[in-house]
Design a protein around this ligand. Structure first.
Ligand code: FEO
Length: 396
């Protein structure tokens, strides 16, 4: 029998920990697992679940929801988001409670039909609409494209809990405690930023708009659908989201290279030496072939400078570097300084491809741009060193 956790007045965590899925969205590694947080609010006249969890966790989720309901029926399911990691059990809830009513917005209804064949008992809400459960009035705010079109958040006006869905979420399953005051921030903050960079960061301008839209609410707790629940210091994560969505990086550099035989890595190391000479103390050197792009994206979000170095492969960018550049183009980070270097043997190609990338990503370039034939000469390495120095000085 799985146990729910009471997280506020009449409010229960009915979520689950997933230590088995290797890749979130079949894309992003989960070395610390992931939590699907779901909730139940038990009013005096009606009951509501806030989202469900991913499909395979039916027994654990329903055990917890049943405990929270304490013998009562489930009257409403608030569907903040239709992505299947939160909407996976909607059909099963309807089987168990056939009179269940669904709360969503105009963009939710077609997805309820598409994923679950549900067309009845859907209550469509707009910004500011409320649902009175008796002692708990839930207020709904749409946050379209944060990160799906139907995304919305739910605010309990009685407890001050913001059920924020994916916003403020993070990778990493709960390891004992579920609240911010029960964990060391160093355990969740990096995984929250990696989640932000991979899942939410593309929509940073929308995050800014949403922060303004929610700014007037007296938020006391932020309970997201992944990761840590914030009851002690919700303002801290609001500030983090404000910083990340403004692309406000710290003084530091991410140096990423693609290298088959080590020659381009040697160039990257010279860039790092230059950065260090310029007194940059946070330098992250990543082999694009051996580091998952999610960690590279995380640190690119964290710091102000990026250096990309690639060997040429079949006249183009090295594939692992191409993957990094493609992910950056999808997210279009801002407020970063960019340095470039390429190498080649029987055909040029990498540096030109990086220059094309730089045009598209619209980040300010710092020189010199370095192109090396075969193995870097001392002069070539000096140019790589100079690139590191210049990147460091650009941030100063
Ligand atoms: Fe966690 Fe967008 O689903």
């Amino acid at each position: 029998m799985y146990k729910a956790v009471q997280v506020n007045k009449d409010t229960w965590w009915t979520g689950v920990n997933d230590y088995e899925t290797d890749m979130f969205e079949s894309l992003w590694p989960l070395p610390q697992g992931v939590a699907y947080n779901a909730y139940a609010v038990i009013g005096s006249t009606a009951t509501a679940a806030i989202d469900t969890v991913k499909g395979p966790w039916l027994d654990e989720y329903t055990d917890k929801l049943t405990e929270a309901l304490n013998g009562r029926a489930l009257n409403y399911l608030v569907v903040n988001h239709m992505e299947p990691d939160h909407a996976g059990l909607i059909s099963q809830l309807l089987t168990r409670w056939p009179s269940l009513k669904f709360i969503g917005n105009a963009k939710t209804a077609p997805m309820l039909k598409g994923y679950h064949g549900i067309t009845d008992n859907i209550i469509t809400v707009k910004d500011g609409d409320t649902l009175d459960l008796g002692g708990h009035v839930l207020r709904f705010t749409t946050v379209p494209m944060l990160h799906w079109p139907e995304s919305m958040v739910t605010f309990d006006t009685t407890t001050g809990v913001l059920f924020s869905n994916d916003s403020f979420g993070g990778f990493g399953a709960h390891e004992g405690g579920i609240f911010d005051d029960e964990k060391n921030p160093s355990r969740w903050e990096d995984e929250m930023l990696r989640y932000y960079a991979c899942i939410v960061g593309k929509y940073s301008n929308i995050v800014q708009a949403a922060l303004k839209k929610l700014g007037g609410l007296p938020i006391k707790n932020i309970f997201p659908s992944h990761g840590t629940l914030f009851r002690h210091d919700p303002q801290k994560v609001i500030s983090l989201y404000d910083k990340w969505s403004k692309y406000e990086g710290e003084n530091g550099a991410v140096v990423v290279y693609g290298s088959m035989y080590g020659h381009t890595r040697k160039m990257a190391e010279a860039v790092c030496t230059g950065l260090s000479a310029a007194k940059v103390r946070d330098i992250r050197l990543y082999d694009a072939s051996r580091t998952d792009p999610s960690y590279i994206l995380r640190d690119i979000w964290k710091f102000k400078a990026i250096a990309l170095l690639s060997c040429t492969y079949n006249t183009q960018l090295y594939p692992a570097m191409e993957a990094v550049c493609s992910k950056l183009l999808n997210r279009m980070p801002k407020n970063k300084f960019l340095g470039l270097a390429g190498s080649y043997s029987w055909s040029k190609g990498a540096l030109t491809a990086l220059q094309d990338f730089a045009e598209k990503v619209k980040l300010p370039k710092i020189g010199p741009e370095v192109e090396v034939y075969a193995s870097a000469t001392p002069e070539d390495l000096q140019k790589c060193f100079d690139l590191g120095v210049n990147l460091g000085e650009a941030m100063a």
